[in-house]
Design a protein around this ligand. Structure first.
Ligand SMILES: C[S@@+](CC[C@H](N)C(=O)[O-])C[C@H]1O[C@@H](n2cnc3c(N)ncnc32)[C@H](O)[C@@H]1O
Length: 312
């Protein structure tokens, strides 16, 4: 089994550094990674971050983004996954706020992916937030995009042309359809199979889709804010090389453990493209689902009881 290195080495296949990305990234050579995927701190006072002014936050983000662009290969991509800065019920969409930094480097925005999920805090002074975004940039026009690797099932796979010279042939791609720029993927809450001690970890299936589409085997995938190692685990699970930094020792230890399990093929993950649990159709894929207790399941399966006189 490959060794997990702590410092950058051209010989390494997996590097997980227990330190600050601002120091580590300086040791990485120019154009040596094919994909940067990360979810940085949002400056909202989570236990792993110190809240600062938005201006200071911008400058810190600029520092790491500048370095990520430097180490990115010409056929590579950067995926910056981010949500909102929130104060007194007012939001600042951080992707829009940070966009000028990427633009300054002439990176090309290919998609602003909406990652939609079902659960989170309930707001009382605005509508509850149920999506975040992923800005996908490429360095040049000559970039890796393996669409076939991430196609999803067609809604009507047997649909055929009913007129014209291809009449009777299948009208949709038998390999599946383009997954589009709206991704419904459950976020990692308490009953999710991947849940760890981290309050906001990536679902591995979200990283896998980007890794498969935007890199080839043996390419390096880098996450400067690695958390509990979802990116490195998704990379090695798919025969890529992984590199990342995590400043908090407890999270770093979990990242190492999960990456090792992924290398051994033993990490339990929610499968890619698994349908989301639907309370209207409770027989669908209950295994591994989140926030579905047996009591809820029993409730969903019971016929509704109507109060006398209530309209059905
Ligand atoms: C939003 S979380 C990322 C979680 C990650 N996507 C996962 O799946 O576990 C941001 C992480 O960045 C880490 N962090 C904050 N500042 C850092 C720095 N300067 N260098 C490395 N990691 C840092 C935090 O401790 C936190 O775990």
């Amino acid at each position: 089994m490959a060794r997990i290195w702590d410092k950058y080495s051209s010989k390494a296949d997996i590097i997980i550094n227990n330190g600050s990305c601002y120091d580590f990234v300086k040791t990485v050579p120019d154009k040596s990674v094919t994909l940067v995927i990360t979810s940085p701190p949002y400056n909202i006072g989570k236990k792993y971050e110190k809240k600062s002014s938005l201006n200071e936050y911008y400058l810190k983000q600029e520092q790491i983004i500048d370095e990520c662009v430097r180490i990115l290969a010409d056929n590579g991509s950067i995926c910056w996954q981010i949500g909102n800065f929130v104060e007194n019920s007012e939001i600042v969409p951080l992707d829009i706020f940070l966009y000028p930094i990427f633009q300054k480097h002439n990176l090309k925005l290919r998609n602003r992916i909406i990652w939609r999920f079902g659960h989170g805090l309930h707001a009382s002074k605005r509508f509850s937030g149920r999506y975040e975004t992923i800005l996908w940039f490429t360095k040049t026009d000559n970039y890796i995009f393996n669409l076939d690797a991430v196609r999803i099932p067609q809604k009507y796979p047997q649909k055929k042309y009913f007129k014209g010279n291809r009449i009777g042939e299948l009208s949709c791609n038998p390999l599946g359809k383009n997954p589009s720029d709206i991704w419904d993927i459950p976020n990692v809450k308490n009953n999710h199979v991947e849940k760890t001690i981290h309050p906001c970890q990536f679902p591995i299936e979200l990283v896998e889709r980007l890794v498969l589409a935007l890199t080839n085997e043996n390419d390096f995938v880098f996450d400067p804010f690695l958390g509990v190692g979802s990116t490195s685990a998704a990379a090695v699970k798919n025969k890529r090389k992984g590199m990342g930094c995590e400043i908090i020792e407890e999270y770093y230890a979990v990242a190492v453990e999960r990456t090792k399990l992924a290398m051994e093929g033993k990490l339990r993950t929610r499968p890619m493209n698994k349908p989301i649990y639907d309370p209207q159709n409770p027989k669908v894929n209950l295994e591994y689902e989140w926030e579905i207790t047996s009591t809820q399941f029993a409730l969903f399966n019971k016929k509704p009881v109507y109060r006398a006189g209530a309209t059905k």
